[in-house]
Ligand binder design. Sequence first.
Ligand SMILES: NC(=O)c1ccc[n+]([C@@H]2O[C@H](COP(=O)([O-])OP(=O)(O)OC[C@H]3O[C@@H](n4cnc5c(N)ncnc54)[C@H](OP(=O)(O)O)[C@@H]3O)[C@@H](O)[C@H]2O)c1
Length: 265
Amino acid sequence: MTAARNEPPVVLRRLLPAAGELTADELVEELRPWEMAGPQRPHVAVNMVHTCDGRAAVHGRTGPISSLADRQLFHALRTRVDAVMVGAGTLRVERYGRMVPDAARREQRRHAGLEADPLAIVVSGSLDLASDLPLLQDRASRVVIITAAQHSLQGVHAQVEYVRCAPVDLAGALAQLRRAHGVRAILCEGGPHLNAALLAQELIDELFLTTVPVLAGAAGALSIMDGAPLQAPLGLSLRWMVEHEGEIFARYAIGPARQPRPQPA
Ligand SMILES: NC(=O)c1ccc[n+]([C@@H]2O[C@H](COP(=O)([O-])OP(=O)(O)OC[C@H]3O[C@@H](n4cnc5c(N)ncnc54)[C@H](OP(=O)(O)O)[C@@H]3O)[C@@H](O)[C@H]2O)c1
């Protein structure tokens, strides 16, 4: 995912809650997820993009379904959290680098009272990560890797720490990040297997979902959550809806109730 900072800001059309025109940076200004964290774990928001037929990748990448507007919102959201979390599959394929490469966006973070660079959190059961991944080579990046492995990565220049648990215990790791690292708000950028694991343990509070006006086909391709089915469909509450050239950017809260919905007679 490349930075979109030097491109002119796209003007988005907000449909809900109040109609208006605004850029991605203006849209996220109201977000203060660090104030929504409980004492046990950070507030967790997931940000994903998918097609109208529910595909989260085309030929194994998000690039073909992402747009300039989506990338601007993607980077703007990173200015509003303590940490950005990603699964190893996504890190390998998308070859993440420094989470906020743009100095002006780091300044936006400081202005919001956050560290200039968010903590990067990687979930990798195996720790089978190439040391030449740009994020791991970046000296400015602080990275916490949640892993079941006992070894450590060699030849990396980022400041890397490990939260070790075998098997990986996401709830326990998030509690440790809250307690020991002071992480209050996490933006999880997938991928689908990590999202599903978080969802199954009720560790997701919000979903930012971009729906692009595209059909991809490709039976069996990943959706935004790729895990075992939940016991019952989980309700979402729509917080905002924004449009640009037919692309819909929605923000949902998980819930209000984690109860099975009444089934039609
Ligand atoms: N549309 C979007 O917005 C979006 C966003 C992100 C990714 N994607 C796409 O999704 C695809 C990658 O999907 P993915 O589901 O494989 O990615 P993923 O969820 O990022 O990575 C899966 C890997 O993460 C680790 N992991 C995740 N949850 C774990 C758990 N509970 N315990 C232990 N390890 C865990 C494991 O790593 P190890 O293998 O190291 O054990 C696992 O193999 C790519 O095509 C990418 O482009 C799309």
